[in-house]
Write a protein that binds this ligand. Sequence first.
Ligand code: G3P
Ligand code: CA
Length: 263
Amino acid sequence: MTVPLVFAHRGASYDLPEHTLAAYLRALDEGADGLECDVRLTRDGHLVCVHDRRLDRTSNGRGLVSARTLAELEALDFGSWHRAATLAEDDAPLDESHTRLLTLERLLDAVLAAGRPVRLLIETKHPSRYRGGVERRLVEMLRRYGLAEPRPDHPVQVTVMSFSPLAVRRVRELAPALPTVLLLEMLPRLLPLGRLPFGSRIAGPGVDLVRARPRLVPALRAAGNSVYVWTVNEPEDLELVLETGVDGVITDRPAHALARLGR
Ligand code: G3P
Ligand code: CA
């Protein structure tokens, strides 16, 4: 059996508010090999870690993330919704790490300060809306941090992901050495050959697709790709992907996956 890497999806986001520093630090404490994070642009061009287009679900703000400046987003609470939504019994006070907007810069600083190897999967959201701006800003920032190409001696390894083949192509043009994942919700026509477009060597199918197409993962791997599957939260899904032999499991519950793997 291949022993997959375990990636914390939006941090340890089952237990703590997604995309907050607290959720990411918890995942690292639990022993996750890596962290998954979505990035999008603010009105004034900053990369922030927010999944949804709108603020409504994960903050006390309303409207589009892209319509707000960084300063406006910094004034919002990105954590209290989680406790209310899950009716968590834990009444420990929330601190800034649970409620403050996370910028990509702060996340990079945190992983660099972690003092241990961390694999970072960064997913660019809405590549067409931003007309390539999100990929450009991301690569610029990674260059500033010395992370735009893999360095075997460096503890932090970055991989960029997108559902959009166009976004993957942009990243590969801007930073040819940066590994990329093409995320898959459905089976594109090219995949029967096991070949991913634009030189990606990692496929990222959803667990529903893996369930529906049991031969997909072996076919992708036989063609020389690695396979990272999202979002594997339920025990039966974890068994399925382990049986299938994937290279990475992306989950909201890294501690569960690590325990199942005996780690
Ligand atoms: O890790 C890939 C996965 O995050 C893609 O779906 O909607 O959670 O960004 P989504
Ligand atoms: Ca994502």
